[in-house]
Design a protein around this ligand. Structure first.
Ligand SMILES: NC(=O)c1ccc[n+]([C@@H]2O[C@H](COP(=O)([O-])OP(=O)(O)OC[C@H]3O[C@@H](n4cnc5c(N)ncnc54)[C@H](OP(=O)(O)O)[C@@H]3O)[C@@H](O)[C@H]2O)c1
Length: 264
């Protein structure tokens, strides 16, 4: 059983800390910028105390989880590192490198690749968790911890981790943004976004089942020049959408051409 201190009682901590307790560990303290938020999270845990400041954090814990915003990690880590006696300081960011924990003698990254929000249940066994550490023993400890909560736990070096995050931005943020644009287009034309929902569901199902490149359909992959021209013409009132349409169309065409699906 690991004795864990949680710093930052936000969206990730609200899901991760109870899960670590379910795996048999003990969260002994929760500290957060807003005491009431720390108290709310502590109330969901077995016996977590809420210290008054970072300087009152237990110096003898095994693990210090920094579930604070990425920008706050270096400062929190610096204060902690000067006070603790040998526990591992861990951050959970997909972007921040190990270097942001430079002052920690023992450090690692424990990055769950999922979007966490309050009140939205998480199927933890399916959440991929990525572990990065420069010390092999710490890496093993964090991999072991990860396997207790998820069926998908992987060690990554820093370079792979940086690429993973770029890929996640394309998969999550950009695809979500194009859905948001579709919603705006529907609104500006006075039509219902709901009509697109069966298509959206099937698009994601097919991309996951058969692979996204293989599943691509539509005017760009068919190289249907007249339709593309009509769409570009329709979008002339919205130059930023028009520009994005042209860029994405070109990207789809290029990929289809390289894989031999269209003559290009
Ligand atoms: N949410 C996700 O989907 C997700 C997924 C994977 C990884 N992560 C990573 O997890 C970390 C936390 O993200 P999050 O989304 O949980 O953030 P969040 O919801 O914004 O929560 C951050 C928490 O840290 C507290 N905090 C801020 N500055 C602090 C400081 N200097 N000292 C102590 N506490 C401080 C906040 O204060 P208050 O007490 O005022 O609320 C808040 O409770 C980030 O590194 C993020 O990249 C998040």
């Amino acid at each position: 059983m690991l004795r864990i201190v949680c710093i930052g009682a936000g969206r990730l901590a609200g899901h991760l800390m109870p899960q670590l307790e379910q795996a048999g560990h003990r969260v002994i303290q929760v500290y957060s910028r807003t005491r009431a938020h720390a108290e709310t999270l502590a109330s969901t845990l077995t016996a977590a105390e809420v210290p008054d400041s970072l300087r009152h954090v237990d110096p003898d814990a095994d693990l210090y989880f920094l579930t604070v915003p990425d920008d706050a990690i270096p400062d929190v880590s610096r204060v902690l590192a000067s006070r603790i006696h040998g526990g591992i300081i861990v951050h959970c960011s997909g972007v921040a490198p190990l270097e942001v924990l430079a002052e920690a003698a023992r450090r690692g990254i424990f990055y769950p690749l999922q979007s966490f929000s309050p009140g939205r249940a998480i199927a933890w066994r399916e959440v991929p968790i990525f572990v990065t550490a420069d010390d092999p023993a710490i890496r093993e400890t964090l991999l072991g911890l990860g396997r207790q909560v998820s069926g998908q736990v992987f060690g990554l070096d820093e370079k792979q981790k940086a690429w993973l995050h770029v890929a996640a931005v394309f998969a999550n943020n950009f695809s979500n943004h194009t859905l948001a644009l579709a919603e705006h287009i529907c609104a500006s034309a006075g039509i219902s976004f709901d009509w697109l929902k069966p298509l959206i569901r099937l698009t994601f199902e097919k991309a996951l089942d058969a692979g996204p490149e293989e599943s691509q359909t539509g005017p760009a992959v068919r190289n249907d020049v007249n339709t593309i021209q009509q769409h570009i013409e329709l979008l002339r009132q919205h130059p930023e959408w028009q520009q994005l349409y042209a860029l994405l169309t070109e990207s789809i065409r290029e990929m289809a051409h390289r894989s031999g699906r269209t003559p290009g």
